[in-house]
Design a protein around this ligand. Structure first.
Ligand code: PXL
Length: 269
C-alpha cells in the first residue's frame, strides 16, 4: 500500500488535544499517513499551557531533511512556529524540497491566552512563509492581526481575506467560529482565491473545543495531499470538523477537546 503522506510541522501538546497530536489524529482519520516535525514541546493540560520549550532551529532543520529526503510529503502543514529562526529553517527546507502544497495554520495564541509565537516570528511568518503557502487558515483573531483590521461581520471577513490574499497566499480560508453571533446562527467560513466562497454549517455549542484549528487545517491538508481541489478539501474538512465538535471528549478540570474518532469511541466507551 502506498499511502498519501502529510507532514505536520508544529508543537507537541501533552494533553493530546491540539498541536501535533491533533494533526496526526486528523490526518489518520482522513486515511492518510501522518508524519511530524516537532518545533516546540509544550507542557499543557485542559487548564492551559504551563510551559514552552522550543526545539533548536538546527534540529528542526535536521528533522525536515531526514524525513523529506527519504519519505517526502504530498502536503506539508505548519502549526506552532514559535521563533523567527524556526520559521527560517522551515522556509529553507520548503524551498529546498520544492514543496508547493503548504498549508499554514497561523497559530499565534493558545485558548488560555498564552503566546505560542513571538513578535519577530509573526513578522517572519508574513514576510517569508505566507508567500510560499498554498493555503492559510486563520481564525478571526488571527485574521485580524494578518489583515490589520477589526472583523465583526461576514463582509469584514471577505475584506480581510482579500487583504491576506495580497500577502501572497493562493487560498485564504478564514474560519468564522469566533464571529460574534446569536445562539442560533450558523458558522460561516470564507475562502478567497480570486473568487470568494462561503461554507456554512450549524453552530454546535460546546466548551470542549480545544484542537479545533489544528484539526481543521490538518483535514484540509489531507484533502489537498490527495490531489483534490481547494473547494472540495475545504468542504470535507468542514464536514469532519462538525463531526469532531459533536463528539468532543470531556477531560480534566478545564476545556476538553474535539475528537475525530467519534464513531470508534462510541463502540468502546
Ligand atoms: O490550537 C493551536 C495550538 C497549536 N499547537 C499547539 C498548541 C495549540 C493550542 O493550545 O498547544 C502545540
Amino acid at each position: 500500500m502506498k499511502p498519501v503522506k502529510v507532514l505536520c510541522i508544529g508543537g507537541s501538546d501533552t494533553s493530546g488535544g491540539a498541536g501535533i497530536q491533533a494533526d496526526l489524529k486528523a490526518v489518520s482519520a482522513c486515511g492518510c499517513w501522518g508524519m511530524s516535525v516537532i518545533t516546540a514541546v509544550t507542557a499543557q493540560n485542559t487548564g492551559g499551557v504551563s510551559g514552552i520549550y522550543p526545539v533548536a532551529p538546527e534540529f528542526v532543520a535536521k528533522q525536515l531533511d531526514t524525513v523529506l529526503k527519504d519519505i517526502g510529503a504530498d502536503a506539508v502543514k505548519t502549526g506552532m512556529l514559535p521563533t523567527e529562526e524556526i520559521i527560517q529553517a522551515v522556509v529553507r527546507k520548503i524551498k529546498k524540497y520544492k514543496i508547493n502544497k503548504v498549508v499554514v495554520d497561523p497559530v499565534m495564541i493558545a485558548k488560555g491566552g498564552k503566546n505560542l509565537m513571538n513578535g519577530k516570528a509573526r513578522t517572519a511568518l508574513v514576510k517569508d512563509l505566507l508567500p510560499l503557502a498554498f493555503a492559510v487558515t486563520p481564525n478571526i483573531p488571527e485574521a485580524e492581526i494578518l489583515a490589520k483590521m477589526k472583523i465583526k461581520s461576514i463582509p469584514d471577513m471577505k475584506e480581510a481575506a482579500l487583504k491576506i490574499h495580497e500577502l501572497g497566499v493562493k487560498n485564504v480560508l478564514i474560519k468564522g467560529g469566533h464571529l460574534p453571533a446569536d445562539k442560533k446562527s450558523d458558522v460561516t467560513d470564507i475562502l478567497y482565491n480570486g473568487s470568494c466562497y462561503e461554507f456554512s454549517s450549524q453552530r454546535i455549542h460546546s466548551r470542549d473545543t480545544h484542537g479545533t484549528g489544528c484539526t481543521y487545517a490538518s483535514a484540509l491538508s489531507a484533502g489537498i495531499a490527495r490531489g483534490g481541489g481547494i473547494v472540495d478539501a475545504a468542504l470535507q474538512a468542514k464536514i469532519m470538523m462538525v463531526a469532531a465538535i459533536k463528539n468532543t471528549v470531556t477531560l480534566g478540570m478545564g476545556y476538553g477537546s474535539v475528537n475525530v474518532f467519534g464513531e470508534l469511541f462510541k463502540k468502546h466507551c
